[in-house]
Design a protein around this ligand. Structure first.
Ligand code: UD1
Ligand code: UDP
Length: 372
């Protein structure tokens, strides 16, 4: 009888789209009446991913506004999603991770007595300010959710400590690895596009590639200034090419373009579509990033990550020696970067601690194996 149920998968930003794409495809195969709703909290970055995975949303709230505030975005999501809940008679909503889209939709579903499943559940720093607002988004979504898909054992333990019933948790691995599996196959088949051709023209891939990303709110201002100063210092090594696809958040764009334009071996480029980003990740010697997803992906290719944050909820990579917490201090970043750049590229190949690529199937099997 589960098969007649209406399932709504809700996403809003680039990482949610990447990590929920394999879950969406698995649900489509499952026989459940599955629909996709995007809030478009991100517009451009989301559309890049939808295009690559050939996902067509059934509902598009199209909410993004330039430099949006968290509260304005939240109120618009609450209003927009409620109509869909009412009209579509939704039985189960799946949300992902830690965004405003996830926590607000979880609340809206709870208010309508719709069951909530949380994918990438249980990640915690227990520091309300870092990552901000993601830590509280995770905790709120966790309290509202009925079913919790933990990417790993630490997350599982966090949920249990918080009193979530064991029966409602499943440890699945992170779905980002499922997405990476799909993408790696496409890359192995000889993926190419005009962006890759342009990159090949302007970047000397015989040099050591340092890939950089950044977008965390807690780093806005001083933190980003300091990271940029570190990048200027690292770029003084003429054997290095820095490639920085700059996030579209105006708070990031402003400081990065002001501080790093016109340096010969610093390439500030538009955000890359997902397969192209993975293509360049594979070629990188080092990554400097505050991204959650990037920390999870890089170990697959043995590329070390300097995590420009003071805390991380992805401790597995640190423990395995795949990533290093460096914060935003210029000297710490430069010292660690130089150390890694002085070694060969096969610096640290290990099994990716974040998953085995079968998380999405485990999630769907969970629902098939029980009445809900
Ligand atoms: C959001 C998430 C963060 C996630 C990150 C992934 C929240 C509170 N933040 O942060 O958890 O790690 O996405 O990238 O949910 N913009 C565009 N085009 C886009 C995307 C963003 O122009 O495609 C600009 C807009 O001006 C927008 C601003 O960036 O208002 C901020 O977007 P928002 O989603 O609020 O925050 P992010 O910093 O992207
Ligand atoms: N990514 C991408 N293009 C880029 C930078 C990142 O497709 O130019 C992908 C990356 O592979 C990862 C995800 O975006 O899967 C991470 O997104 P982001 O860093 O914005 O968010 P977070 O993971 O920190 O929530």
């Amino acid at each position: 009888m589960n098969e007649n149920k209406n399932v709504l998968i809700c996403i809003g930003t680039r990482p949610e789209a990447i990590k929920m794409a394999p879950v969406y495809f698995e649900f489509l195969k499952s026989g459940y009446n599955t629909k996709l709703c995007v809030t478009a909290q991100h517009r451009d970055l989301l559309d890049q991913v939808l295009h690559f995975f050939k996902m067509t949303p059934d509902f598009d709230l199209d909410l993004m506004t330039p430099n949006q505030t968290l509260n304005m975005l939240s109120s618009r999501i609450l209003e927009g999603i409620d109509n869909i809940f009412i009209e579509q008679k939704i039985d189960l909503v799946l949300v992902h991770g830690d965004t405003t889209t996830s926590s607000v939709i979880a609340l809206a579903a709870f208010n309508r007595k719709i069951k909530v499943a949380h994918v990438e559940a249980g990640l915690r720093t227990y520091n309300k300010q870092s990552p901000f607002p993601e830590e509280m988004n995770r905790q709120l979504t966790g309290r509202l959710a009925d079913f919790h898909f933990a990417p790993g054992e630490t997350a599982n333990q966090n949920l249990k400590k918080e009193g979530v019933l064991v029966n409602n948790i499943l440890v699945t691995g992170n779905t980002v690895i499922d997405a990476l599996k799909i993408t790696s196959t496409i890359l192995d088949e000889g993926f190419n596009n005009t962006i890759i051709q342009n990159l090949n023209e302007k970047i000397d891939f015989n040099k050591k590639i340092v890939l950089v990303t950044g977008h965390r709110r807690e780093n806005f201002g001083e933190g980003f200034e300091s990271i940029c100063n570190a990048l200027v210092e690292i770029s003084k090594d003429s054997d290095v090419e820095l490639v920085f696809p700059v996030h579209l958040n105006p708070n990031v764009q402003e400081v990065v373009y002001k501080r790093l334009s016109n340096l010969p071996n610093v390439h500030l480029i538009a955000p890359l579509d997902y397969p192209t980003f993975i293509w360049i990740m594979k070629k990188s010697h080092l990554i400097i990033s505050d991204s959650g997803g990037v920390q999870e992906e890089a170990p697959t290719f043995g590329v070390p990550v300097l995590v420009t944050r003071t805390v991380t909820e992805r401790q597995e990579g640190i423990t395995a020696g795949c990533s290093f917490l460096v914060g935003t201090n210029k000297i710490v970043i430069v010292t660690k970067a130089k150390e890694i750049l002085s070694k060969s590229k096969d610096y640290n190949k290990t099994i990716n601690p974040y998953g085995d690529g079968n998380a999405s199937k485990k999630i769907v099997d969970f629902f098939k194996s029980r009445t809900w």
